[in-house]
Design a protein around this ligand. Structure first.
Ligand SMILES: O=P(O)(O)OC[C@H]1O[C@H](O)[C@H](O)[C@@H](O)[C@@H]1O
Length: 445
């Protein structure tokens, strides 16, 4: 169960920075429902990249992943070679719900020392390497694959092939034909699913299967979010949180803090940052006019960052909307013991850690509101696969709704290409000589 707590948006609490949500919903009902209809209407068209809506319905893809997991019971370490959308979803969910005993590792950078450290720690005979790249061309992921493939072959000879699984586009890119030629296990990223929307396909489900995440429940939660995204504006939760973002960004609240009160959810903000920033930070709208949309998502974890960022959130510029994620129940709780001689702490004696966590979440939300800092909360009944699936698919919908409201394409990322081209030029890739010359003339070599 997931619900919204919008009470700290109320202008009676937060003043002019706030939002009369009921009134806004009445005013924007038509616009929100038009956005909903446009999104659902376009979803059959692969070029629109709305395939993520339907992926949670695809139970065959999950069964395939689970069969592979069962057939590979020997795996003790599972290494994901992937970056951005090809890593962040599985990282967020595994940190929250992974049970082991398989250890999951993510190589999402090309700094040599951590890669060497991992290679030295792993036993190749017990390691499965999952190279994940939709495009099959991401330099970081491919460099890591070249290194891990060599490492496996050096240790296992021809047996390296049993230790690699490839997750990529069914047709495009270099990885698919390579996997076929070498006879490697291969999984699909559906063509109509972009990286940051791919956690429900094998990009996410394969690593998550190995750490025992209940995938059926996770996808059922995603389907629940789909159901709410079909409703009229009064019950359409993603349209509602998109409305909050839209209205408050128009008031100049252009920083979006995403702050779960949970260490288990510590990587969820990283996943959200990519989803939100890459989707919504756009120079032009669908008509090609310059618009420069976007708000900046910022990571924070409660309670930890109460002691690092909340000072700024309360007293810094009024440019923020804060999204909290609160849990209603602990999965397991721990009593805080009484200790003689420390009676100054007696307000803690006999209370539980979860009670303290909940009190801090509510106290901080209220303290923010007192400083006229609007905030709202996703309230999760508990942290389980169903609820986390619901929340993540909700956030994908929220992003899609915002793209629609702002008239932009939320599913491309043209702004990241130039840096890649420059990298190719600096690395001496064939065909990039003129660009390398241009860079040299500009003082970059
Ligand atoms: O899965 P890949 O094709 O390797 O892409 C990995 C990531 O890199 C790109 O630069 C994009 O900006 C991201 O949206 C994507 O998730």
């Amino acid at each position: 169960m997931l619900r919204l707590d919008l009470s700290n948006l109320d202008p009676r609490r937060v003043g002019a920075q706030g939002l009369d949500f009921a009134e806004a919903l009445r005013e924007e009902k038509e616009r929100l429902e038009a956005a909903r209809d446009a999104l659902w209407g376009r979803r059959g068209d692969a070029a629109e990249f709305l395939g993520w809506i339907d992926v949670p319905e695809d139970t065959e893809a999950v069964r395939n992943v689970l069969r592979y997991r069962q057939a590979n019971a020997w795996v003790e370490d599972f290494v994901v070679l992937g970056i951005g959308g090809s890593a962040l979803g599985a990282q967020a969910v595994s940190a929250a719900l992974g049970k082991g005993p398989v250890r999951l590792h993510f190589v999402d950078n090309v700094e040599p020392e951590p890669i060497l450290e991992l290679l030295r720690a792993l036993d190749p005979r017990k390691t499965l390497v999952n190279v994940i790249s939709k495009s099959g061309s991401t330099a970081e992921t491919m460099a890591a694959f070249l290194a891990f493939r060599r490492w496996l072959e050096d240790a296992l000879g021809a047996g390296w092939k049993e230790h690699v699984a490839v997750t990529t586009d069914p047709a495009r890119g270099i990885l698919r034909p390579y996997a076929q030629a070498e006879g490697l296990a291969a999984f699909e990223v559906p063509p109509a699913v972009g990286g940051r929307f791919s956690v429900t396909c094998p990009v996410g489900t394969l690593p998550l299967a190995f750490v025992g995440v209940d995938l059926e429940a996770f996808l059922a939660g995603c389907r629940k979010a789909n159901e709410t995204a079909q409703a009229g504006a009064e019950a359409n939760l993603p349209a509602q949180t998109a409305l909050v973002h839209d209205r408050l960004s128009r008031k100049g609240l252009n920083v979006n803090v995403f702050m779960p009160y949970s260490t288990r959810l510590r990587y969820l903000p990283d996943w959200f940052v990519q989803l939100h920033d890459e989707s919504l930070g756009k120079a032009v709208n669908r008509a090609g006019e310059e618009v420069r949309t976007g708000t900046t998502a910022v990571r924070a974890i409660g309670t930890t960052d109460q002691h690092a960022q909340v000072q700024l959130f309360r007293e810094g510029p009024h440019d923020k909307l804060i999204t909290l994620v609160r849990l209603e129940e602990a999965t397991e709780d721990l009593e805080i013991p009484a200790v003689a001689g420390l009676e100054a702490l007696d307000y803690l004696f006999g209370r539980s850690f979860f009670e303290l966590l909940s009190a801090e979440a509510k106290a901080t939300a209220h303290a923010l509101a007192k400083a006229q800092q609007p905030n709202f909360a996703f309230v999760l009944e508990r942290l389980d696969a169903y609820t986390l699936g619901w929340l993540m698919q909700h956030l994908m919908w929220q992003t899609a709704f915002l793209g629609e409201l702002w008239g932009i394409d939320a599913f491309n990322q043209p702004g990241v290409e130039l840096g890649k081209e420059y990298t190719y030029a600096l690395m001496g890739r064939k065909g990039y000589e003129p660009l390398a010359e241009e860079l040299k003339a500009e003082g970059v070599e």
